[in-house]
Ligand binder design. Structure first.
Ligand code: F6P
Length: 371
């Protein structure tokens, strides 16, 4: 089919590199194919409701609007992780929110806007929505994977991850100075709701003494032993990196209240829970730092800028080839494309028996599951 108008949207939590994708999409679509590009605001919000107006707005994109944006974090289109057209939160007369399927509205608005194809940039949630749209007849969609958590299946890396690991590593370096000066135990909580990639990479890069990740349920006792052993060997300080999705053996991840309509469960308190456990078992001077959304902002690293640019360019060529229902991905050092289904099939988790964990253990890093 002939493409004249291409839509592009960014969905889910933001991450450094989204603007680099948008820029690459616009420059390739216009420069190589002469297509018009419409930026959709706040993920599916700008397609669900054409009167929806955030400060971003649905906007025509050209060379001028995307000039040099690849160096900036965030997304010029805005994003949302409450924009699922199959679970759209609608207020009832009494004010309570209920989730409704508003896909028919999306389809009608797609036609009104004259879209011929859409590039959806997002994580597992966005790729799941894209797949459902394809199944329900809005077929001309191509995905681009993003997430700082790096937990999306079917791609070796997502952009945003490298920048997040850089932020976390820098924090660990800084915290080491003050931990060592005060002989303290420092807990650093990083993002990673299902996967411990950020914790593991930043922990290794920063030389943490323990790394607690969702894939390896922890007990407090081995960590107490580690801190004691370090003290006895003349190292009275310790650095422990904790992924937000860390799970105590026999327990579950720490979350904040029940899931709100149209939203996902919020992670909260993983490091605080471990701190309580440690303080209950030993006398120690402990401080806790939650890095939170600092990991999601800032200028993308050169790795993330280049990966995001490659993904954006490849996605446009995939549209031109009619490769709909597929997602661009990194395999080894090559950008390839895979069925959307492969990306959402199962998350990419840290292998507890894999090389990275083994490397860390060989260097004496604890994971909290030591006998
Ligand atoms: O999925 C990416 C992520 O950064 C998770 O690590 C984190 O739990 C979540 O997003 C936080 O999202 P929100 O923007 O809703 O706080």
């Amino acid at each position: 089919m002939e493409i004249k108008t291409l839509g592009v949207m960014t969905g889910g939590g933001d991450c450094p590199g989204l603007n680099a994708v948008i820029r690459a999409v616009v420059k390739t679509a216009q420069g190589c194919y002469g297509w018009r590009v419409l930026g959709i605001e706040d993920a599916f919000c700008g397609l669900i409701d054409l009167d929806y107006r955030s400060p971003h707005g649905n906007q025509w994109l050209d060379d001028d609007t995307v000039r040099l944006i690849h160096t900036r974090g965030g997304t010029i289109l805005g994003t949302s992780n409450r924009a699922d057209p199959f679970r759209w939160a609608v207020p009832e007369p009494d004010g309570t929110l209920v989730e409704r399927d508003v896909f028919e509205q999306v389809l009608a608005n797609w036609r009104t806007l004259g879209l011929d194809a859409l590039i959806s940039v997002g994580g597992d949630g966005s790729m799941g929505i894209a797949q459902k749209c394809v199944e329900r007849g809005m077929t001309n969609i191509v995905g681009v994977p993003k997430t700082i958590d790096n937990d999306l299946g079917a791609t070796d890396y997502t952009f945003g991850f490298d920048t997040a690991v850089g932020v976390a590593t820098d924090a660990i370096d800084r915290l080491r100075d003050t931990a060592e000066a005060h002989d303290r135990v420092m807990l650093v909580e990083v993002m990673g709701r299902h996967a411990g990639w950020i914790a593991l990479h930043a922990g290794l890069a920063g030389g943490a003494h323990a790394i607690v990740i969702p894939e390896i349920p922890y007990r407090v006792e081995p960590l107490v032993d580690l801190i004691r052993a370090r003290r006895e060997s003349g190292q009275p300080y310790s650095l422990i990196v904790v992924a937000e999705g860390a799970v105590p053996a026999g327990g579950s991840a720490s979350t904040l209240g029940p899931r709100e309509a149209g939203a996902m469960v919020r992670m909260y308190g993983a490091a605080a829970r471990l701190a309580e456990g440690l303080e209950a078992q030993m006398d120690l001077d402990l401080r806790l730092t939650v890095l939170g959304h600092t990991q999601r902002g800032g200028s993308p690293t050169n790795f993330d800028r280049v990966l995001a640019t490659r993904f954006g360019e490849a996605a446009v060529h995939l549209v031109a080839r009619g490769g709909f229902g597929r997602m661009v991905a990194l395999r080894g050092t090559s950008v390839v494309d895979v069925p959307l289904i492969d990306a959402i099939d199962k998350p990419k988790l840290v292998d507890p028996d894999g090389e990275l964990v083994r490397t860390a253990r060989s260097l004496g890093v604890y994971f909290g599951d030591e006998p």
